[in-house]
Design a protein around this ligand. Structure first.
Ligand code: CO8
Length: 374
């Protein structure tokens, strides 16, 4: 009989600093006043476009986001900087992202009842890693005392679901017995806080998941992974150009063209139907109907996207219990959103209940896992 693979523990580490819409908008609008004053002549000559104010009411209505957590708040609300001020760490200190990862990993290990000796693979998967090598995953492996192997993965919004697919497949194939998959999403250094369209979108967080065989699982709270499905289709509508070749391009790494940018409206229109079809196809391939799903832990980018996807899937609006929303508190945390929702809203499910974890976004990329409460 084929080996069953389970999620046996999850961890969620939340930075202590919050950043509300009002705080962000207040700083941004001060920046607008300074910019427009400085470019007064060019604006009246029509060679520079005046910047318009942002609004907390717009942000909440357009996205559902009210606040977000941020790894380092210092610097972001300083209108002479408007970037987080994260001190450089020495090479012999734990890096920022490894530290975020370790916090979440320890919680997941505790929930799963695992110690370092039980784990033989570490995946760190996120939208960005703070350096190319050595892999953050190997640094985390060392920090936790895990013997085996680790590697980093970058799949933007779908980094978490794609890493869980890798974990599932490794346990299934026997190339690892117990995988620690971690998503330390340090998004704030790539946010252009001077851009009205995107300054409000992202937050920082770290989540971790333990994936192992049913045979080794001793956790009372666990889910069998019934199936995984991933999909990508190239799109320039969500883009981050920052990368190591900038040094050879003679390009300013702080230039606004290097940061996260998107055609948000187009993304919304293209990704929602793709995600709904992906999920229906995934469930259909398992002879399941959308109505069989008790909980939808969806990607957390925009509340209106989640409502639209659910209304396509269910032909009605889901209740808050069916499709929990965490983006109001966390904003878009790149790949981590669906797993934050899973972390916070799964304990009430009963044995045999089915759920779906799903991400969608940059790439485009879509990832889903169908899970069953054990
Ligand atoms: N305040 C006031 N007005 C604003 C603001 C603002 N802050 N921003 C825009 N407006 C204005 C616009 O200028 C526009 O004015 P006009 O009609 O005069 O042109 C009007 O409001 C409407 O603008 P939009 O059409 O852009 O507004 P939307 O209703 O589409 O909402 C959203 C914008 C919220 C961005 C929405 O389009 C959206 O959420 N789209 C999908 C986003 C998405 O899922 N993106 C994927 C993100 S990528 C990801 O999740 C992971 C990537 C990796 C992480 C990166 C980390 C940095």
């Amino acid at each position: 009989m084929s080996k069953k693979v389970v999620i046996s523990g999850t961890g969620l580490w939340i930075p202590e600093n919050t950043l509300t819409n009002e705080e962000l908008v207040d700083c941004y609008n001060q920046h607008v006043d300074v910019f427009n004053e400085e470019h007064k002549q060019d604006i009246s000559d029509n060679t520079v476009v005046a910047k318009a104010y942002s609004s907390a009411a717009f942000i909440e209505k357009a996205s559902g986001i009210k606040s977000r957590y941020i790894y380092q708040k210092k610097g972001v609300l300083d209108i002479d900087r408007m970037r987080p001020d994260i001190p450089v760490r020495r090479n012999d200190e734990l890096s920022d992202q490894a530290e975020m990862a370790v916090h979440a990993a320890k919680q997941a290990m505790e929930k799963a009842g695992k110690s370092a000796e039980d784990i033989d693979a570490v995946i760190v998967s996120c939208a960005y890693t703070q350096r190319s090598y050595p892999a953050i995953a190997i640094e985390v492996q060392e920090a936790l005392g895990i013997v085996g192997f680790g590697f980093d993965m970058l799949v933007a919004c779908s980094a978490a679901t794609f890493a869980l697919q890798r974990s599932y497949e490794m346990v299934k194939a026997g190339t690892a017995k117990c995988v620690l998959a971690i998503n330390p999403e340090l998004t704030s250094p790539q946010v252009n806080y001077k851009d009205r369209d995107s300054h409000f979108i992202f937050g920082d967080v770290s989540v971790a998941t333990i994936v192992e065989s049913e045979e080794t699982c001793s956790a009372s709270d666990s889910f069998e992974i019934l199936s995984t499905k991933t999909f990508t289709q190239y799109s320039n509508n969500i883009r981050s150009n920052f990368g190591y070749v900038l040094n050879a391009n003679d390009t300013d790494p702080l230039d606004k063209t290097q940061y996260f940018s998107q055609n948000g409206r187009t993304v919304y229109k293209e990704v929602c139907p793709m995600a709904a079809k992906h999920l229906s196809d995934h469930l259909g391939s398992l002879d399941l109907k959308n109505e069989d799903i008790k909980r939808w832990w969806l990607h957390q980018a925009n509340i209106n996207m989640n409502k639209l996807i659910c209304s396509i899937l269910l032909d009605r609006q889901p209740s808050e219990e069916e499709a929990p929303i965490v983006l109001d508190q966390f904003a878009n945390t790149a790949s981590a959103g669906s797993l934050i929702a899973f972390n916070m809203y799964h304990e009430d499910l009963e044995q045999g209940d089915l759920g779906v974890i799903c991400s969608f976004g940059a790439g485009y990329s879509i990832g889903s896992l169908v899970v069953k409460k054990r």
